[in-house]
Design a protein around this ligand. Structure first.
Ligand code: P5A
Length: 447
């Protein structure tokens, strides 16, 4: 993409309303624009990142055997009256009345709607286990939307729902989600720690939140430092294997880790050696729940079991804050100059920066590198504006692409261009013909 043909409405001034780095940087780099309190338009650059995150989420869901579908944003209030949550949900629910006087709502979550789909079409234990999920916009009329996309009113969530014939099978679904979430966050370059959590309006008594450490996070967390050393790496995981998933679940939940809602000071002191006790702020980027028959009973979602008896299905639900993750990744990865995108979610793999825009040779070299990168499926962002070098560097640093190829008359006279890394500024000179190949090698390690 050529910058002169793109749309990146960067801001020169830091917007006064933004209190945390990610919100500031997303506004300044033209990734989002507020449409109303807690409601954002995703500008081209922000939209690319959102899609990258959504792609990783989808790939990992499908790898775990979960099935994508798409439910609407608007739901009928009648279903929520069946579960009893229409009144209980309170003021966070946006209630709408259509022209016929029928009550609708903008879905804050989809347990009722998915249970309705399930009960209408599934009849037998033979069709289980089943996990359906979608990535869809949600609305929660948060009393205090803040921190940009972190606590929005309209936000993008991946929400999945498992249906199992009994508790043991549902616990496997829960563990499988835990494992697939760990892998999902790891692929984004994030350390997300599972922590025992409260269940709030979703219900049940079995839940974990996934938290990313950040000073600006809204949660207070207490954990055993040793949990930070755990990693799935490139383990080959069989998601259908009960033992594999429960062993990984055990591994990650053995060290103490809890949010302030479930924190037990006595247990913490007794089970974590003093030198390993850590207390921090953190951002909740996902949560998983097992709630048994909380929805299937009032809504009559049953299947016939092996003995021909009708039983209520056991369910859980599992959410990832897709739009929140954009902010969380920036909180975890930025410096004083701007964003530092991890390779797996960057909007463009590399930026080409032309310091000598009016030199036809420099333009030809940039175009050659651009063409080679596109051939390799790595579309770069080419800053071809007729701007001062300083302004171009500042924009690239703000936008935060992980790699930059700088082309200028002076270095071309020596037959080289500069390849540099955003995270530490490390750079090297390479011949222009090798530039695209080098970028391809770097990215091959990630995909
Ligand atoms: C699980 C999926 C649920 O709603 N029902 C379906 C369950 N869980 S949750 O914890 O309430 O939400 C899941 C994740 O969504 C993100 N999230 C938000 N992101 C941005 N702005 C908000 N206002 C907001 N509220 C929730 C969080 O990442 C949360 O973990």
């Amino acid at each position: 993409m050529r910058m002169t043909r793109y749309f990146v409405p960067v801001l020169k001034e830091t917007p006064a309303e933004a209190q945390i780095a990610s919100h500031r940087l997303m506004l300044r780099s033209g990734m989002v624009r507020q449409a109303a309190a807690g409601i954002y338009s995703w500008m081209p650059l922000g939209y690319r990142v959102l899609k990258r995150i959504e792609d990783i989420v989808n790939q990992e869901q499908i790898r775990a055997g979960h099935i994508p579908l798409l439910m609407p944003t608007l739901q009928s209030a009648a279903l929520w009256r069946e579960s009893g949550r229409y009144e209980d949900y309170g003021e966070e629910m946006l209630r709408i009345c259509d022209r016929h006087g029928r009550d609708l709502l903008y879905g804050p979550t989809n347990e009722e709607l998915i249970t309705d789909i399930f009960r209408s079409h599934v009849n037998s234990y033979r069709d289980l286990p089943l996990t359906l999920y979608h990535v869809q916009w949600k609305f929660r009329d948060e009393i205090r939307p803040r921190y940009g996309v972190m606590r929005g009113r309209e936000f993008l969530m991946k929400d999945g729902y498992n249906f199992d014939v009994d508790k043991a099978s549902a616990i496997h679904s829960y563990n499988r989600h835990m494992v697939s979430y760990l892998r999902t966050y790891e692929r984004m370059g994030l350390k997300a720690i599972p922590m025992r959590a409260d269940t709030g309006p979703i219900g049940g008594d079995h839940s974990h939140e996934f938290l990313v450490l950040a000073d600006t996070g809204e949660s207070e967390v207490f954990f055993d430092d040793s949990i930070l050393e755990l990693s799935l790496g490139d383990r080959n995981i069989d998601y259908d294997c009960v033992q594999t998933c429960s062993a990984i679940m055990e591994e990650w939940t053995a060290p103490y880790s809890r949010t302030d809602e479930t924190h037990d000071e006595a247990l913490y002191r007794a089970s974590v050696p003093e030198g390993r006790r850590r207390q921090s702020r953190a951002i909740e980027v996902g949560q998983i729940f097992y709630f048994g028959t909380k929805y299937s009973e009032p809504m009559g979602a049953t299947v016939s079991d092996r003995d021909g008896r009708r039983v209520h299905v056991h369910m859980g639900s599992h959410g990832i804050g897709v739009s929140r993750l954009v902010g969380a990744i920036i909180e975890a990865s930025h410096d004083e100059k701007g964003i530092v995108w991890p390779e797996p979610v960057t909007p463009f793999p590399v930026g080409i920066l032309n310091l000598s825009q009016r030199d036809s040779n420099a333009e030809a070299v940039c175009q050659m590198i651009y063409g080679e990168l596109v051939k390799k499926g790595l579309e770069p962002l080419y800053d071809d504006r007729d701007e001062r070098a300083g302004a171009k560097f500042a924009t690239m640093d703000l936008i935060g692409l992980p790699w930059r190829i700088t082309v200028g008359s002076r270095s071309l006279a020596k037959g080289v261009v500069e390849l540099s890394r955003r995270s530490d500024g490390e750079s090297e000179n390479i011949v222009p013909e090798h530039a695209a190949e080098r970028i391809a090698e770097i990215y091959a390690a990630h995909f």
